[in-house]
Design a protein around this ligand. Sequence first.
Ligand code: ARG
Length: 560
Amino acid sequence: MDYKIYIAEKLKIEGIESKDIASFIEVPPTTDMGDYALPCFKLAKVMRKSPIMIANELAQNFETDSVIAEVNAVNGYLNFKVNRKGFVESTLNSILSQGENYGKSNIGSGKTVCIDFSSINIAKPFHIGHLSTTVIGSALCKIFRFLGYNVVGINHLGDYGTQFGKLIVAFKKWSSLEAVEKGRLEELTRIYVKFHDEAQIHPELDDEARRYFKLIEDGDKESNELFNLFKKITLEEVDKIYKLLNVSFDSYAGESFYNDKMAPVVEELKQKNLLKTSEGASIVDLEEYGMPPCLILKSDGSSLYATRDIAAAVYRKNTYDFDKCLYVVAYQQNLHFKQFFKVLDLMGKTWAKDMVHVAYGMVSLEDGAMSTRKGKVVLLKDVIDKTIEKALSVIEEKNPTLPNKEQTAKAVGTGAVIFGALVNNKIKDIVFSYDRVLSFEGETCPYVQYTVARCNSVLNKFGAPNKFTANDMTDDEYLVVSELSRFGEVVKSSAEKYEPSLITRYALDLATAFNKFYISSKIGVEDENLKSFRLAITKSVKTTLTSALSLLGIDVVEQM
Ligand code: ARG
């Protein structure tokens, strides 16, 4: 039950929508005055009265019921006390009976969302810059699925372009099948960097690379075999990281997949009189919309990043008939998305309005910003490995007798990396710090995982809750349940705003409320009813925190 919405709908104020009233309602810092408060100065403009008069009037006309037990007007605020007993019992009982289904909904049933995320580049290192798109995209997939949507997770591979011609040249000159099998992505990066160094002295290498790229496009057997090998190696390497992060995809249709799907799009652009020639290239003029032109074909007739994205969008609409198509891509590409969304709109695709660029900020490391210069990048794998290693040494130090140390360190380490990337609003730039993400204090994953482990140890010690009634409860008890009751709404708004950080923050708030309760309330009490009530709170917190973390791709640990 969402109290804010319940109260707002009961109030029914003319000229203001219920959902706006609900958004004005606050949870006061202390519960002395009430559990919810409506600051009436927010209504003064529409109601044309003083906040004090409004509060008095609304209080007089409000009929209390089984949900809202008391209403008072105090200094222009309307304060509500809820019927805590009924609310607390029904919330806990529904969590206990629904288990991992608690918070799920079917608002998305019959609707499809395509989510383009991670979208790595073949034969390039998988670096810390890919962390956000990977974990935000993966969390959004899980969140939308939780809400009943049909989700298509797409890795739009960067597997098209002259760089693959360069790689083939470099491979033939300076590498071998054995060396590539052994050195994997590092070997591919090594020869790619070498190509660039050599090409500065021998520019004819570039011509050769272009020839090889053409051969790939024309279906030449040997060139395609090599290209597919590079692709296979990249995907195998990256897949290890995806596994660690609990990330999966439904489609790996990358840029080259659209090779034969661009001509019809270019034709359509022509027919609709949208193509212009400028310096030999074909463009869509977007000046009228305050943007530079969108390049469709280069003067040599070859396609561009945007051409492939337009073809991909059309393909996705035809194949999946999506209700929304999301692109989880850094804000550096803002213009690219605005441009090609506009082109689709100009082509008369009414669904262009359903395309969303989910932009996010940059990640850098605390010790020295990451350098994108020639091969000197911070590999995501190294960051995860180092975090797991550090987690292990913390465990060795604090809890050396813990069983499954390695496995726990893995869950804690990867969880810390994911949580660290999802803890703030996604558009903010992130400075990654090993010590901060692994700290047990503050806004961290270990803090939340530790809370789950604490719930476990309570439940192991005192057993599962029996039937209970919630009699005179303390504020601490009530506040945990009040947090628990918000879960479903939080998941919904995180989907609406494409913002997994709302779930991260929620997990922190719930963990904090639980720990406060845990410190103030003894659980192993004589009174069987009270004990069961407190165990019911504990079990519900464990269930809800586990669900929240799993929506982010994070595993919990039994013990910590
Ligand atoms: N591979 C691209 C890059 O690394 C990201 C692709 C994003 N998706 C898309 N449909 N454009 O910049």
